[in-house]
Ligand binder design. Structure first.
Ligand code: COA
Length: 184
């Protein structure tokens, strides 16, 4: 896998950049919100510690197995979410995508705009062949986000997650490089 060059990514309304030390408050605001975490793979954060650990781990990253970018709204420089390529498998040229947006910024098409830039970077700059997403089948907003980007729903995995005391299923989506390039 190539180095993560040519960052940050810029779109019409957003800048996508690696997390910085001072992002802990903004991250806590986003990921402590029960609405945001309803279908997440962990419980809502109850302290700043996970934010600090996430930032420290990203800043110290020596392996190239994930690329997490903070989503910053250009107009007010507010960090409104994150999007990540993770579990990067260089041999198979494959990665997973994950994303979360503060509920104060939902419904404005921001995640679509951010993921267009991240997926384009993944397919063109990193030359990934396949990007997949594992979502809770009940997460309609997330499913809609993936469908709008051209992902295909490929599978259904039962009782794949246990978060707190809730057991939930996975809907698995996939998007191929040739599909992305033919659409954009
Ligand atoms: C899912 C999420 C990323 C969508 O981001 P967003 O920027 O608000 O999405 P958009 O404004 O582009 O809306 C996407 C589509 O989903 C629809 N949508 C958004 N929230 C919805 C909801 N709660 N229920 C049903 N549809 C919803 C929108 O109407 C839109 O549909 P359209 O394309 O037909 O217009 C955001 O709601 C989020 O971060 N949720 C919490 C974290 C999360 O669940 N992440 C995914 C984990 S796999």
């Amino acid at each position: 896998m190539q180095a993560f060059d040519d960052l940050p990514l810029r779109t019409k309304r957003l800048v996508l950049r690696p997390l910085q030390k001072h992002d802990d408050d903004a991250l806590f605001r986003i990921f402590s919100d029960e609405k945001v975490m309803r279908y997440w793979s962990t419980l809502p954060w109850t302290s700043h510690e996970p934010a600090r650990a996430m930032i420290a781990s990203d800043l110290a990253q020596t392996s190239r197995d994930h690329l997490r970018l903070g989503i910053v709204r250009s107009q007010d420089e507010c960090l409104i979410g994150t999007c990540t390529l993770f579990n990067v498998n260089a041999a198979c040229r494959r990665a997973e995508v994950g994303y979360g947006l503060g509920s104060f910024a939902w419904g404005c098409g921001y995640m679509n705009e951010a993921l267009r830039a991240l997926l384009d970077y993944g397919f063109r700059q990193l030359n990934l062949n396949r990007i997949e997403a594992d979502i809770d089948p009940r997460n309609e907003g997330s499913a809609r986000t993936l469908e709008r980007l051209g992902f295909t729903k490929e599978g259904y995995l039962r009782e794949r997650w246990i978060v707190g005391d809730e057991v939930s299923d996975t809907a698995l989506y996939g998007l191929l490089q040739r599909e992305w390039k033919s659409e954009s």
